[in-house]
Design a protein around this ligand. Structure first.
Ligand code: MOS
Length: 690
């Protein structure tokens, strides 16, 4: 059956929206399973490096309502899982905030009160948490995230830079940042005999199954995770963290249904963060703007208990061509919590640096920064030497310039004033890989009833409830109200997690394959006694033959108050080439959310590590600043007409992450254009004006 395209491409509103705003659907922590639930609170180490020498839980245990206190001395032993989540297994402390005990109590108030009564003594050493390019222990990780090589070298970069008539040699820094979905991570856990039941906030229950089964020594049949509604994630809910294991342990020891919700403060130590980066960019060019050398060297951190190597410079490998190119990644192992993925890990900080450096090069050349990019547009992937599936960066730049009103821009910095405000504009390009992962789906058909479409997909606020229903309706040739979607449950057919902008490209084709199966076997005539079909879908060898990426262009206007250094962004334009757009409303929201997060990255977000104590000092939303409504001006969003059939039958590319990529650079570039000053360490806060 071919897609009838009645629903796909439309502007249908979120089908889960009305129930969500009326509070009719439960998020993980809201699952009410009877009056017997008990509560878990976590005792965290104030020490970043050391060991627990003694724990006295007697005062906590004496509080009425306390059921148990678990420590490394009495907690259940966990199986062979990653060191970063081996919680309560040893007295060793590897980061500030590491759980050293949990209290299980009848109410959450009692549990939290008892936390303060657990006496823990430590042996400690000064933490090592400062990232610097001068450290003598920087090392090349074996591999980067997503399987990328650590370094890439083409030609002789140093010679090319030495010969280049025009060069840029600059260092950018991006800070620690924390994923802050509004719904804190939460798990409700209960053992039904030897079956572990979990209601959990995550980016795909099947992502967690291998780790949790291994941790508790159970089979897949003995684990059931439900996660139908999730209040944001941004990467921190992609993987198993310590709280899920603590909940499972607490449920096991007490035999009760336990509820564990992290506090906002705990979100800053227990569920990962974006690594800080120090990035040296060197570009060489001929006077006409043709790049002759590109060098991008990255220094970033990981933790003592994990090898997390963010692929920060990999977008630089494909963005522009030059005969001599090099990228490197070096890590420092610090006494910090394990970093994790955060919206566009790699591309967001890496493209900030590359696209800022391109702006600096344009200034050196005296050239329009849009024109500089157009002149360096490669017709094949310059690193892999394979064709693009589709590359519409030029269309994004030219359409974006048109929409924004770029033509006639005076490229001189620091010459526009509007009262106290210095005014400037900036541009930057964006890219994000197009990928697809194996997924399966099931369709149950009963004559005269809606189709039930089941897949362990995840809607983390993206709109997947709606878009998957659209895709199913078209594939089945019925209106959307004839489809009942079921997602977010580890007992549903296995699907990939919501990550890497792969949701729609992975799940949609699996649903289409199941619908095709139904059509092939029954020709659209559902047998009277009903039928169940399955479909599966996954990547072929197209990723080897082709280079597939989404592209985009950001334009921003920045105003800087000459007296206070206050920075305002009254308008932004983003134009993207993201393949077929499934839903024009939810797609716009994804891109708008990404651009807003880029604005937040440019101007606000920074987790400050206390160098003496090793903890994140500003660990709440009062002090960790995130762009709010009043920070966001007019945001103009568009996409070019593009269908990319190389990867999946939907022709889609994924839109969850590209909105944040490059947006911070566009704002930084506009700041320079307004003021004549480059701020090369994010965020661009008012104090940096002085
Ligand atoms: Mo997204 S950071 O790939 O979950």
């Amino acid at each position: 059956m071919t897609t009838t395209e009645r629903a796909v491409g439309s502007d249908v509103r979120r089908i889960d929206g009305p129930d969500k705003v009326r509070g009719r659907v439960p998020y993980a922590y809201e699952h009410e399973l009877g009056a017997q639930s008990v509560f878990v609170a976590i005792v965290q180490s104030p020490v970043a490096r050391g060991r627990v020498t003694s724990i006295d839980a007697s005062a906590a245990e004496a509080v009425p309502g306390v059921l148990a206190v678990l420590t490394h001395e009495n907690a259940p032993r966990l199986g062979d899982v990653a060191e970063e989540i081996l919680v309560l297994q040893s007295p060793v402390v590897q980061y500030a905030g590491e759980p050293v005990a949990v209290v299980v109590a009848e109410t959450s108030e009692v549990a939290r009160d008892a936390v303060g009564r657990v006496r823990v003594d430590y042996e400690s050493a000064d933490p090592d948490v400062v990232l610097s390019v001068d450290r003598d222990d920087l090392y090349p990780p074996e591999q980067l995230m997503a399987g990328f090589e650590t370094d890439s070298v083409i030609g002789d970069v140093d010679a090319a830079l030495a010969e280049a008539p025009v060069t840029v040699d600059v260092v950018y820094e991006t800070p620690n940042q924390h994923n802050n979905p509004i719904e804190m991570h939460a798990t409700v856990a209960r053992w039904d005999g030897d079956v572990l039941r979990m209601w959990d906030a995550n980016q795909g229950p099947h992502n967690l199954v291998p780790v949790i089964t291994e941790a508790f020594g159970i089979t897949e049949d003995q684990l059931h995770i439900t996660s139908p509604y999730v209040g944001g994630a941004f990467g921190s809910k992609a993987y198993t963290h310590v709280h899920q294991l603590l909940a499972g342990m607490a449920a096991k020891v007490t035999g009760r249904t336990v509820k564990l919700e992290l506090t906002r403060q705990q979100m800053f130590s227990l569920v990962g963060h974006r690594t800080p980066t120090i990035q040296r960019l060197r570009l060489g060019a001929r006077p006409d703007g043709t790049l002759t050398a590109i060098s991008h060297e990255v220094v970033e951190h990981t933790s003592q208990n994990a090898e997390f190597a963010e692929q920060t410079a990999t977008a630089t490998r494909l963005m522009y061509s030059a005969p001599a190119r090099r990228t490197t990644h070096r890590l420092a192992k610090l006494d910090v919590p394990a970093p994790t993925i955060m919206r566009a890990p790699g591309e967001a900080p890496g493209m900030y640096a590359l696209e800022s450096a391109m702006d600096e090069l344009a200034a050196e050349l005296g050239m329009d920064p849009v024109e500089l990019r157009l002149r360096n547009e490669p017709d094949r992937d310059p690193e892999r030497d394979v064709p693009w599936s589709t590359r519409n960066l030029v269309a994004c730049l030219t359409q974006g310039a048109e929409r924004f009103g770029w033509a006639g821009r005076d490229h001189r910095p620091g010459v526009r004033e509007d009262g106290r405000w210095l005014v400037g504009t900036g541009v930057a390009a964006a890219t994000y890989p197009t990928r697809r992962r194996p997924s399966q789906a099931r369709i149950e058909a009963v004559a005269g009833k809606p189709y039930v479409v089941s897949i362990d997909a995840s809607d983390i606020g993206t709109g997947a409830w709606t878009t998957l229903t659209q895709i199913a309706a078209d594939a089945l040739g019925v209106p959307m109200d004839q489809v009942r979607l079921r997602i977010g449950d580890s007992r549903l057919p296995q699907a990939s997690g919501a990550g890497g902008s792969t949701g729609i490209t992975s799940w949609g084709p699996a649903i289409m394959a199941a619908a095709q199966e139904l059509h092939d076997r029954f020709g659209g005539q559902v047998p009277a006694d009903g039928v169940t079909v399955t479909g599966s879908s996954g990547p072929g060898d197209e990723a080897e033959q082709l280079s597939s990426h989404a592209f985009g262009a950001h334009f921003a206007e920045v105003r800087v108050d000459r007296d206070t250094g206050e920075v305002r962004v009254p308008r932004m334009t983003g134009v993207f080439a993201v393949g077929r757009v499934i839903n024009t409303v939810t797609a716009r929201s994804q891109l708008l959310g990404g651009m807003t997060m880029g604005l937040s990255m440019a101007l606000h977000e920074e987790s400050v590590l206390d160098e003496r104590r090793g903890h994140y000092a500003n660990h709440d939303l009062a002090e960790y600043h995130i762009a709010a409504n009043a920070d966001v001006g007019e945001v103009d969003i568009a996409w070019v007409d593009e269908v990319d059939d190389a990867h999946n039958p939907l022709g889609a590319k994924g839109i969850g992450e590209i909105g944040i990529v490059g947006s911070a650079a566009a704002i930084g570039n506009a700041y320079w254009h307004a003021t004549g000053r480059r701020v090369r360490d994010l965020p661009i806060t008012p104090d940096k004006w002085f």
